[in-house]
Design a protein. Structure first.
Length: 331
């Protein structure tokens, strides 16, 4: 028996290598995670005397998930972990696997920010998050830039203890960053970690309404977008009707309002990747009066001109995941 290919020491789920084993006899293949055996199967070699364990990353993905950021920082210990692979009961290798719902061009050895972009537009009142694999010794700083071109640095986070190596999510909303630079007319700021930069450009335009949405991106990390084109409502309900005391009455009324949101002006080409991630997110919320309410995106109008100089607005329709929360949005 000879192992021709195995997963690397660090992998993303969607780009994880298959196991290819050269053997002429039936073998057992097992996967352990968190001290438990999550897969234990027998494999029979094919006509080429090979066993190929395909889509192993998709299987590992089932054991991983991200969480919303609670407070200013949140460890994402369940979004990545070490998987152990055994052949015929003997350990063959280990791999630190990070969640990814779709294929990525990122290098698993140095993934940088767990986002499809590293530059975006933000607005006052909106939440912002960044996520990266961190451990002891990691340091996150932020550089604030004023309208006159001057800049100042500040420490955002330093990890001095602990042995945990996992993704971490940090809140980097404009309000929090402005608190670090009270005497600076902030127009943009850059979050720095391990020689990786994430730039936020502050849109100071005054809009009638700004709606903030959060979602879990392809790495299951929290990310946000703001829509400034307004929200409209298409009110409707589902109910049962019965004849009682000479009149028709409604029973078991279920509000089924649909909301249509328009992104408004799109300033960066990279924003389209963020909107595409939101349209295809499994979990999404809307921020209403400081509270995140879960939504379900039902329709989308996502168009992008091949001419890169033309930026079109994005529109999508959603409904409340909890119908009883329909009365909480004031439009």
């Amino acid at each position: 028996m000879n192992v021709l290919q195995r997963p690397r020491e660090k992998e993303f789920c969607a780009t994880m290598r298959d196991y290819i084993i050269d053997t002429d006899v039936t073998i057992t293949f097992a996967v352990k995670y968190g001290g438990k055996t999550i897969l234990d199967e027998e494999y029979v070699p094919d006509a080429n005397n090979q066993v190929r364990v395909r889509k192993l990353g998709k299987f590992c993905e089932l054991a991983l998930w991200g969480v919303w950021c609670a407070g200013e920082t949140s460890w994402q210990t369940d979004a990545a972990g070490t998987f152990t692979f055994l052949i015929n009961g003997v350990q063959d290798g280990q791999s630190f696997v990070m969640f990814s719902r779709m294929q990525t061009k990122k290098d698993a050895d140095a993934p940088g920010w767990l986002s499809e972009v590293n530059r975006k537009v933000t607005r006052d009142g909106c939440k912002e998050y960044v996520s990266m694999v961190m451990g002891r010794g990691a340091q996150v700083t932020v550089t604030g830039y004023a309208s006159d071109g001057s800049n100042t640095d500040a420490l955002l986070l330093r990890i001095d203890s602990g042995d945990t190596v996992a993704p971490m999510t940090l809140e980097v909303s404009p309000e929090r960053i402005k608190g670090l630079f009270p005497n600076l007319d902030l127009v943009r700021y850059v979050v720095n970690c391990n020689n990786n930069r994430y730039e936020f450009l502050i849109d100071k335009t005054r809009y009638l309404d700004t709606w903030c949405f959060r979602y879990k991106n392809v790495y299951d990390m929290p990310e946000t977008l703001s829509a400034v084109g307004g929200i409209s409502i298409n009110g409707k309900n589902e109910d049962d009707t019965a004849f009682m005391f000479g009149v028709d009455r409604k029973f078991a009324v279920k509000v089924a309002d649909e909301y249509t949101a328009n992104s408004g002006i799109i300033m960066l080409q990279s924003d389209y990747k963020l909107w595409h991630n939101l349209m295809n997110a499994q979990e999404a919320d809307i921020l209403v009066d400081g509270e995140w309410l879960p939504i379900l995106i039902t329709k989308q109008k996502y168009e992008r001109e091949l001419r890169r100089s033309v930026l079109k607005a994005v529109e999508f329709t959603f409904r409340m995941a909890d119908p009883e929360q329909n009365n909480l949005i004031q439009v």
